[in-house]
Every structure is written in C-alpha cells, then in structure tokens.
Design a protein around this ligand. Structure first.
Ligand SMILES: Cc1ncc(C[n+]2csc(CCOP(=O)(O)OP(=O)(O)O)c2C)c(N)n1
Ligand SMILES: [Mg+2]
Length: 299
C-alpha cells in the first residue's frame, strides 16, 4: 500500500524557492524521491528542467551533492560515480541519475543501455514531460501522437510515443518501475524499494507540464491523475520478470472503471488540433497496452 503523506520523513532536501515554472510536477516528485533516498545521495543530471530546479551556482535549493553532466552522458557519469564510490568503500551512498525524456529516450539511450547491460549499481530516473521543455517545447520521441509542439506547430505529431519502458525492460534491470508525480505515496514507496536493491534500477516518472501541455497551473495533480485513470500512464513495477500493478492502476484493474482517453486529452491545449483518427488510434494503443500489462499481472 502507498505510504500516507503524514508518514513520510520530515527531513527536506528540496528547499522552498526553486526556479521551476508555476505548476511544474517535477519539484513535487523530486521532493519525495529525495525523502526516500535520504542525505547520502549523489545526483547526476544533464541539461533539462531539473537543472533549472537545481539553480545557478553558487546557490541551490537542493541539499544533496550533485554533478552537472553533458546531455548524452548521464548514465556514463553515474557509472563513474558508482565505480568511484566502490573503489573508496563508500557503499552507503546512492547514485541517482536523473534526466528528462529528451536526455533519455533520444540522447542518453546509448550510455544508459551500456550501463544497464553492465548491471551498473545506480538508480536511473527518466522524468517524462513528453518534450524538450526547458528549451521551449520541442518534439521528442516521447511526445505522443496528436500533440502540438514548437517543432510540430501546424500538423500535430504524427508518430506514436516510443515505448522506452519496454526497451529498458529488455535490459532485465534489477528493478523497473513506473510512477507519476500525482501519486506521492506510490512514488515514495518505489524509491524506498529501489534504494534497497543493488544493480541497475530504472524508474519512468510521468510529469505533467502546464507550460508545454497548455493547461492551467492549478490542474497539475488533476492531469497526472487523469493520465493514470485513463490508462495513458500505467503504475507498475517489475522484479525478476514478474510485473505487479500498483496504487490507482491496481484499483482500476479490479474495478474495471478506466476512463476514456478523450477526458485526458481535451483538458490540454497541446491536443487542440488532434485529428479524430489520431484520437481513435491513441485510444486503441492505450487499450492494447492496458490489456497486455493487465494480462502479465494476472488479470
Ligand atoms: C548536446 C546538447 N544539445 C542541445 C542542448 C540544449 N538543451 C538543453 S536542455 C534541452 C532540452 C531537454 O529536454 P528533456 O531532456 O526532455 O528535459 P526537459 O527540459 O523537458 O526537462 C536541450 C535541447 C544541450 N544542452 N546539449
Ligand atoms: Mg522533457
């Protein structure tokens, strides 16, 4: 069961006053990630909205050590940190590599694939806001069909989102999980579990972005919940090839009350120009993946 908000550790590692946009889902999730991992964490991050959150040297709202690396090298940097900690006998530190969808699905895939194949001892989080957001909403391979971006301005994106979670599962990591910033208890539990396991741990974290998805800043939590309630985001974890549904997804699987994808799409300006056939194929893709994942979980 997801940890209740009141039972979370009181110590804060994300101080007030981050430079993220109003309504960003990232500081919400990051706060719970660092609560789960604790003070002996070293973060490595490339250029992305997380760098914006970390701020400009010499000031930062983050109370753990961090390394800024180049765009394609997050997992390579994490591999170096893991090797250094091992060589110096500092086994009580957790290496957290955290990058956006552009820095993972597109540019970081090579370093991450190599590190995962070598079973490198680190947690890799891809926080997915479905575009290159901090440079002004350019399309990435994580952008879904039908979405407006500044590089798909007239005709919305035609191709479907790359199934990166499946690519990572094909590496057989020690732990793989999906989560969303709208479910802090689910998110916190998964990072506590990830911390307790050795080897490569991969977490896909869905993050709503009001600036790029074009919804009011007050609706960040609601949009993330709708993503899960429609099955666009499925909450689960995989250990030793066994898939388990978690949190809201598990209760939806039991009740059968999944909402139509249209309810999620219509609240976001980025889908304003989605074509009817794109909407239909979006729903079909979500239905297919839902059936596949529920089947694997024994439903
Ligand atoms: C090699 C290289 N190319 C391009 C850039 C410019 N750049 C910095 S951040 C960024 C977007 C990152 O997108 P994503 O990884 O999805 O993270 P987000 O900004 O959405 O949080 C880009 C294109 C860069 N820093 N380095
Ligand atoms: Mg992004």
């Amino acid at each position: 069961m997801a940890t209740a908000i009141l039972d979370l550790p009181e110590q804060e590692f994300v101080m007030p006053g981050t430079r993220t946009c109003a309504g960003c889902g990232l500081p919400i999730a990051y706060r719970y990630i660092l609560k789960a991992l604790g003070p002996k964490t070293i973060v490595t991050l490339p250029a992305c909205c997380l760098t914006i959150l970390h701020g400009i040297y010499p000031k930062t709202p983050i109370a753990v050590n961090a390394v800024n690396n180049t765009f394609a090298s997050t997992a390579a940097s994490a591999s170096g940190l893991a090797a250094g900690l091992k060589a110096t006998g500092q086994d009580d530190y957790t290496v957290l590599a955290m990058a956006g969808d552009g820095g993972t699905f597109d540019m970081g895939i090579q370093a991450l694939s190599g590190a995962a194949e070598r079973e490198t001892n680190f947690i890799y989080v891809c926080y997915d806001n479905e575009a290159y957001m901090n440079t002004g909403v350019q399309r990435s391979s994580a952008t879904p069909t039908g979405a407006f971006t500044t590089t798909t301005p007239v005709i919305p994106k035609e191709q479907p989102k790359k199934d990166f979670i499946q690519i990572m599962e094909a590496h057989h990591p020690a732990y793989l999980a999906t989560t969303c910033s709208s479910y802090p208890g689910d998110l916190y539990n998964k990072f506590v579990k990830a911390k307790s396991i050795k080897g490569t741990r991969f977490v896909h974290l869905a993050i709503p972005c009001p600036a790029g998805w074009l919804f009011p800043t007050k609706d960040t939590i609601k949009i993330g919940r709708l993503a899960v309630e429609t099955g666009v985001v499925v909450l689960y974890e995989v250990e030793n090839g066994v898939l388990q549904l978690t949190g809201k997804t598990l209760s939806l699987a039991r009740s059968g009350r999944r909402r139509p994808v249209e309810e999620y799409l219509k609240l976001q300006g980025r889908f304003k120009k989605i074509l009817p056939e794109q909407m239909e194929s979006f729903q079909q893709q979500i239905d297919l993946r839902w059936e596949q994942l529920l089947g694997r979980a024994g439903f």
